[in-house]
Write a protein that binds this ligand. Structure first.
Ligand code: DCP
Ligand code: MG
Length: 595
């Protein structure tokens, strides 16, 4: 048939079989056999750690957990059918001699860290999958040392045992998906090597039950088995047409690549973490002191993990699972970046208390919205306020501060550190997110009252020298008048800046900041004050950055800000108990309008 000019060209729609075949060809072309991946999984991890610390448990069937739930069981107990995530009372029925040991996450984290020290020697970029599991790319290790993957695996297992006293199982394969399957084959205390050879891979995968594949759980297995009669990985290829017809591209690609024995071979780039969390499951309880204690433990773990990764965050999310298995999350965005156990615990407890009374079986804490720079707020490499002042064309003779003067200034933070954040804030102001975050940092470092002191220092060091700065700054500068006075000092005799921006801070509907839209419950009184201080600081910096170019004096606009702040405070004071009745929804950051 001749197709006339302009007639639409009609191509026959490919059949699912054709689509599947094409996909299989494409996937096959992407096969990479150049990498050697090792998956390591500690044996009966929690149970083994407990036995290591209490050798009297050796040889006895034991489980880690409680009568309501067990986390894992040693291999002696597994002979009786005792398994992880089984209620303890059932495990006890299966094995009446079962010894129960309560969980101790500190211990498991400690031993996990010991294993990771060994992993690092083989692959500094190893991927930790959980406390007791990791993926290591041992390609270089094998090639550089002229060792086979089998030798490296055996050596690694031996090193782990010598340095921790614990045994592990290892799988080696050309990709991570297969390596994980392999580590389970000779468990416990064994290894299985799948060579980097296409034939070996396809033979290995062909008869493998689909359930063995990470990512194919009970539900997927049931659908594939019951609906399509797919039991083995090979059958995923044979029934590829059905998969193409029934599932999304993404799922189909996954199933077909499993059928071919393909998996990830690249080391994922260290993505910037978005969040970090810790959670605990326990027997359902409504006992408030007990819940608060558990929350404190979780806060400690989270804080430790954050410290390890040098993370400071400002959005804290509390996850709760009630006795009736309802899952709730409650989030609160803070004015500053936090990391310490105490701070996390303080805010988390506030959020939890708003939910109580409640019977809970799980609690978790997640921290997100991290500082960009990952440095401690006292990073000495950061700019000082003096340099900030200089860069802002405000003459300052000193670039740093005499420490003895500093100490009377603030009993906790040194001014050099505090100054840092002002400058960072200013430099980052292009990004709203940074702007808010870093300004909170300003509060973190300086604390709201110290901010004003810092500004005063800037002025006095400029005009009168450092020695004068102590005047008034060792006291808490929490009154508007004090701040006004100091800010006047800062602006000194110069007529400055000019921003037509009005800062009219108030809390809309009781909890939304009228300036930036952040939501904060009225019960967060201190945080609200810090927030007001933040806007004040932000404004001062804006004023400073356009120093001398506008119509208003800096004093005037600052006074406006202070007035707004004072109004907000009055509002707060006039309804001191309002926060106690605010619905928990108030903790959510619904629309981060200006964040
Ligand atoms: N874990 C848990 N709850 C689960 C499964 C596991 O708390 N449902 C904990 C306890 C385990 C640890 O995680 O010790 C590691 O999990 P694994 O699945 O690797 O199990 P084990 O290491 O205990 O045993 P295996 O020898 O099978 O790896
Ligand atoms: Mg394990």
């Amino acid at each position: 048939m001749e197709i006339g000019r302009g007639s639409p060209i009609t191509r026959p729609t490919p059949t699912p079989k054709q689509v599947a075949n094409k996909k299989i060809l494409e996937l096959e072309a992407s096969r990479d056999l150049s990498k050697i991946w090792l998956h390591i999984d500690m044996d009966a991890f929690y149970a083994a750690v407990e036995t290591l610390e209490n050798p009297s448990l050796k040889g006895k069937p034991m489980a880690v957990g409680s009568m309501s739930m067990i986390c894992t069981a040693n291999y002696e107990a597994r002979k009786f059918g005792v398994r992880a995530a089984m209620p303890g009372f059932i495990a006890h029925k299966l094995c009446p001699d079962l010894v129960f040991v309560p969980t101790n996450f500190e211990k498991y984290t400690y031993y996990s860290e010991l294993t990771r020290k060994v992993f690092r020697r083989y692959d500094p970029d190893f991927i930790a999958a959980s406390l007791d599991e990791a993926y290591l790319n041992i390609t270089e290790s094998c090639n550089e040392r002229g060792l086979s993957s089998e030798e490296v695996a055996a050596e690694l297992r031996n090193n782990i045992y010598e340095e921790t006293g614990l045994t592990c199982s290892v799988g080696v394969a050309p990709n991570r998906l297969l390596a994980k399957v392999c580590s389970d084959i000779n468990k416990p205390n064994g290894q299985y090597i799948l060579p980097n050879d296409r034939k070996a891979v396809t033979t290995f995968i062909s008869s493998l039950p689909i359930r063995k594949i990470g990512g194919i759980g009970k539900v997927t297995e049931t659908i594939l088995k019951d609906v399509l009669g797919i039991n083995t990985c090979e059958e995923l290829l044979q029934k590829g047409a059905f998969l193409c017809a029934l599932f999304s591209h993404c799922s189909t690609d996954f199933f077909l690549s499993v059928g071919l024995g393909l998996g990830r071979t690249d080391t994922p780039e260290q993505k910037l973490r978005k969040s970090i969390s810790s959670e605990r499951t326990f027997s359902a309880t409504g006992d408030e002191p007990m819940l608060l204690q558990k929350l404190a433990d979780i806060a400690e773990t989270l804080s430790n993990d954050m410290q390890k990764e040098c993370l400071w965050g400002r959005t804290l999310t509390l996850k709760l699972k009630t006795a009736s298995f309802e899952v709730r999350t409650r989030a609160v965005s803070l004015q500053k970046f936090i990391q310490s156990k105490e701070e996390i615990q303080t805010y988390a407890s506030k959020v939890l208390k708003a939910e109580l009374p409640l019977s809970l079986r799980l609690m978790g804490l997640r921290m997100s919205q991290f500082r960009d720079d990952k440095c401690s707020p006292r990073d000495p490499m950061q700019k000082t306020l003096a340099s900030f002042v200089i860069s802002g064309n405000v003459t300052a003779s000193a670039t740093c501060v005499n420490k003895s003067s500093i100490s009377e200034f603030s009993d906790e933070h040194q001014i050099c550190d505090a100054q840092t954040d002002l400058s960072v804030h200013r430099e980052s102001s292009a990004s709203n997110d940074n702007k808010i975050s870093l300004s909170y940092e300003t509060n973190d470092v300086l604390a709201s009252n110290q901010l004003s002191c810092g500004l005063k220092f800037a002025s006095t060091s400029n005009a009168d020298g450092i020695e004068n700065m102590g005047n008034g700054c060792s006291e808490k500068c929490d009154s508007v008048e004090t701040k006004n006075e100091m800010i006047s000092n800062f602006s000194g005799h110069k007529t400055v800046a000019a921003s037509s921006q009005k800062v009219e801070l108030s809390w809309v509907d009781g909890y939304i900041c009228s300036v930036c839209g952040i939501e904060m419950p009225p019960s967060f009184i201190e945080e609200r004050q810090e927030h007001s201080d933040y806007h004040l600081a932000e404004m001062l910096q804006e004023e400073e950055s356009v120093y001398g170019t506008g119509h208003l004096t800096q004093e005037r606009s600052v006074r406006k800000a202070l007035q707004a702040k004072e109004n907000a405070r009055k509002k707060l004071k006039s309804s001191p108990n309002k926060g106690r009745h605010i619905p928990i929804d108030a903790f959510f950051i619904k629309g981060k309008k200006n964040l």
